[in-house]
Write a protein that binds this ligand. Structure first.
Ligand code: OGA
Ligand code: NI
Length: 362
């Protein structure tokens, strides 16, 4: 886009801005007040230099988990496990079908999620309505548009849901999240154990340290982003967990790095997306890859996704015990990792992650 047309577009946009902020004042809008809050970022015209180039769409490795059934011959089970391990090494990402989570449950979870995001914005920020800090939107530390995530999320420690009695979510939503998490937790354990087994260990590590109560559930909503510059729905990041299980709708927008290039994931209505997180990369001594991923915005359609993060208790120590290669990372506890990430985000404006824990600089 030329500079003049960009400025025209921005002008049109600032007219829209007036009406949208007026709507905000009436408190009828469920969208967070992105334009109002980040107004100064929109005035910085340098962003026109940062337009994102179109990326190629690809099919992630697709793995049929039916073959893990004990009714299947051993060779089939083994080849399925080998595919899971290979995808985790080469992609850090794959999708699974016949995963055992019923369509009904996935739909019910999505319906409840849509409802909770539909509320007026000012309701979602009320801390007596939702567990403190669980509702997040935008990027408070952003200093330019490229650092702003155009999305909102409820990031919920499972312990809050399983404890019940927190009284923060309505009962239908709570019980749906609980049911969803319990079912997805089984799948996460199964996949983690397969990945451990493929490193040469039958491991009870995940059973012992990643309890349903130490995991997290995250409901994401990406509102349409009708501004004439490219803004991320979710900034590029790696996940700070062992494994993530993602259920996305059909809008698309998820991208990941493969062989140094960004590629777009083609949505598959039957599949769940699995990705390796930082902790599994360290635990496997870099055999499995925690890769950068991001979400692009859509100018006209909202997008929903639900993520389940397989996490250990805070005192769990992560150290590799699975390969003969010398350790790349020093031992660290999950709480240490979390605190380091938080400190870096506050001080530098972004997560550094695993490189902080490398034994030697590589
Ligand atoms: C996340 C994430 C991707 C998506 O929540 O960590 O990467 O498609 N989500 O929403
Ligand atoms: Ni992620």
């Amino acid at each position: 886009m030329g500079y003049q047309s960009f400025k025209r577009a921005l002008k049109v946009d600032s007219d829209n801005f007036v009406s949208s902020s007026f709507k905000q004042q009436l408190s009828m809008d469920s969208d967070p007040p992105f334009r109002q809050t980040y107004k100064t970022l929109f005035e910085d015209t340098n962003t026109i230099e940062n337009l994102v180039i179109a990326v190629e769409e690809c099919e992630l490795p697709l793995i049929d988990l039916n073959r893990l059934s004990h009714r299947e011959p051993a060779e089939k089970r083994e080849s399925c496990k080998a595919e899971i391990a290979r995808a985790s090494q080469e992609w850090g990402f794959f999708q699974v079908i016949n995963h055992g989570i019923s369509r009904d449950l996935l739909e019910k979870m999505r319906q409840e999620q849509v409802k909770v995001f539909k509320q007026p914005f000012h309701n979602k920020t009320k801390e007596d309505k939702f567990p403190a800090g669980s509702y997040r939107w935008g990027t408070p530390t952003a200093t330019c548009l490229r650092q702003l995530s155009w999305s909102e999320a409820f990031h919920i420690p499972m312990t809050d849901i399983l404890a019940g009695g927190s009284g923060s979510f309505n009962t239908t939503l709570s019980s749906t999240m609980e049911q969803f998490a319990a079912t997805v937790a089984g799948l996460a354990q199964k996949l983690a154990e397969i990945l451990a087994e493929k490193l040469g260990h039958k491991s009870t590590f995940f059973r012992e340290n990643c309890l349903p109560s130490t995991c997290y559930l995250r409901m994401n909503r990406y509102p349409p982003c009708p501004i004439p510059v490219e803004v991320f729905g979710l900034m590029p990041h790696t996940d700070s967990d062992f494994l993530t299980i993602l259920h996305q709708d059909q809008v698309g927008g998820l991208q990941l790095v493969k062989d140094g290039k960004w590629i777009a994931v083609k949505p598959n209505p039957e599949a769940l997306i699995i990705n390796v997180g930082d902790l599994f990369q360290a635990w496997s001594n870099d055999v499995y890859k925690s890769v950068q991923h991001r979400v692009m915005t859509n100018p006209s359609v909202e997008r929903f996704s639900t993520a389940y993060f397989l996490c250990p208790s805070y005192d769990t120590v992560i150290h590799q015990n699975c390969t003969t290669k010398p350790s790349l990372y020093r031992k660290f506890s999950f709480i240490e990792f979390r605190q380091q990430v938080q400190e870096d985000v506050q001080k530098l404006g972004h997560k550094v992650g695993l490189p902080r824990f490398l034994l030697r600089s590589h």
